[in-house]
Design a protein around this ligand. Sequence first.
Ligand code: SF4
Length: 701
Amino acid sequence: AGDSKDYDREVDSVCPYCGVGCQIKFKIKDDKIKYVEGIDGPANENRLCVKGRFGFDYINHPHRLTKPLIRRDDAPAKGLNVDPGNLMTHFREASWDEALDFAAGGLAKLRAQKGSYVAGFGSAKCSNEEAYLFQKLIRQGFGHNNVDHCTRLCHASSVSALIENVGSGAVTATFNEIENADVAIVIGANPIENHPVAATYFKQFTKRGGKLIVMDPRGVGLGRFATHRLQFEAGGDVSMLNAFMHVIVEEGLYDADYIAQFTENWEAMKEHLKGYSPEAMAETCGLDPEELRAAARTFAAGKAGMIFWGMGVSQHIHGTDNARCLIALALMTGNVGKPGAGLHPLRGQNNVQGASDAGLIPMFLPDYQSVMDDGVRSAFTKVWESEDFSNEKGLTVVEIMHAIHDDAIKGMYILGENPAMSDPDVDHARDALAKLEHLVVQDIFLTETANYADVILPSSAWYEKSGTVTNTNRQVQMGRPVAPAPGEAKEDWWIEVELAKRLGLDWTYTHPKEVFAEMKLNMGSLNNITWDRLEKTAVTYPSLTPEDPGQAIVFGDGFPRAEGRARFAPAKVISPDETPDADYPFVLITGRQLEHWHTGSMTRRSKVLDAVEPEANCSLHPKTLRQLGVEPGGYLRLSTRRGSVTVMARADRAVAENNVFLPFAYVEAAANILTNAALDPYGKIPEFKFSAVKVEKADAP
Ligand code: SF4
């Protein structure tokens, strides 16, 4: 911090990292951020975590892209082989006109051959307006729905289950509603590291006497505050949750009135649960039946309960089944639509909620309106003044990589995503990117994905642009430019518009507010929310009147489904796609850590954050390390059927003895070299949370 002499202006905006969406006051001197302070946003009430407070200096890193680049004719073969400090071995600088003509020309050439040869990945780190424009560009410009983004790698399975059974893909209550709860479950999430400001509300809840039930294969930090800690076997979640609900049914602890008034399929659910007693499930979920029964009684006894979940729930081939169980648990205990109650998948990226709402999804147009519905498409093409486009669902993230290998996709436009780090079985994804005939990458750094680009379009960081963003709470907030973009870098919406024009589209937007106004025409969720309102204050959707700050809790009087009823969806136990065996005896779980963000492109270029966590690391139980003959700080080789990485070992009693935890932010030991690309059949999300792995002592790399 500093005093008033330290800065010459202040700007209020939103944190670019996690889905909590903390509001921040930036103190700026000579167009550089000097320091920041948390302000009184609806989600953070002045609080910030280490990323929001110290993670802003990446925008000044010398590796920022400042000019458009085109791959040199004499560049070496495509691969992960470009030195970010010396790009000219592979690329040459170009004017914006030349780069945009080249980018659009390559995509148009493939469109002329066969419209569906092109696919696009938009970004959950861009604004709502930029996400909307991206999906519009693919649909209007190429006539199909091959457009997706990182929700496919995080909460697609949660959204799938929520839409199926509740009728809406967003949270039913803000996380701050925990203030009114007396019981809460946090499952498959590590909020102290991944949603740190939300975690402060969870801790305060326990200090007030709220009963917290933490369920995770790893002993996550919130466990210290828990009334019940259920450290179940990795992959045993559906069995545990079915057993949990079995107790509630068997002991008559359910809310019969709520079930009768607001739900359907209850009898089938009750019948299904008969076979899942805690005793019958003890082996598959690894929990003492009495411990599980006690936790179930605690949850059912609460007057108002919330359920929070993260990637540990969603990133499985049974991710949708996991979410179905959590929805069923909330419904049977009457814990939706009242103060202190609700379902809350903790969204990861700062705008993954908004990007999904804006239609950056291959099966949905904005507001989760099906691409298969003729009336829906016609409402959009009327506004867009364009022809109809495909009524078939497009390909998802991992499916697009397979389609490239099958020659069904030959060109891509990738904005702010990094599949060369984030995709499962990433060598397969990298080979796919290398195979593309034309790859347009728009980003702020030479990401691993940009290594494979034919043309790179330098864009603005979040701190350098205008646009709205929607957090995990459904709160729409205004992002404001804090500093100028470096060199010739441009705002993403401007680049999208210029590309669209060169693809023959009649786009005339001159400011994101014009895009927002267009979005409102077909997005009922934005009713009563205007750009001018957002300039003054955050608004939660749905907002019922022009003055309504928005509904923190929804579905108190029924659900947006047939007859207003939510549905119980019984879920059977299925095995992970790959189970440990003699060759690969451990379970690999990947995830994040507090200081690093996703593929590390921002936080590893932030001095403070990288200084705290500078090296790729994995965590194992100390007993396991002893058995392997490795001291903490020594090195391990982790191998799966897809590849190997060598990484520094840490001892952590929170990790189960047969598990390995590996963060995925480090390119030098890329976790996704190891992960399995098997998909959940509904959400099409990969099984990042369970791979069979071999662990051996190794020398330092
Ligand atoms: Fe940013 Fe999330 Fe930390 Fe808030 S909790 S400061 S939004 S990273």
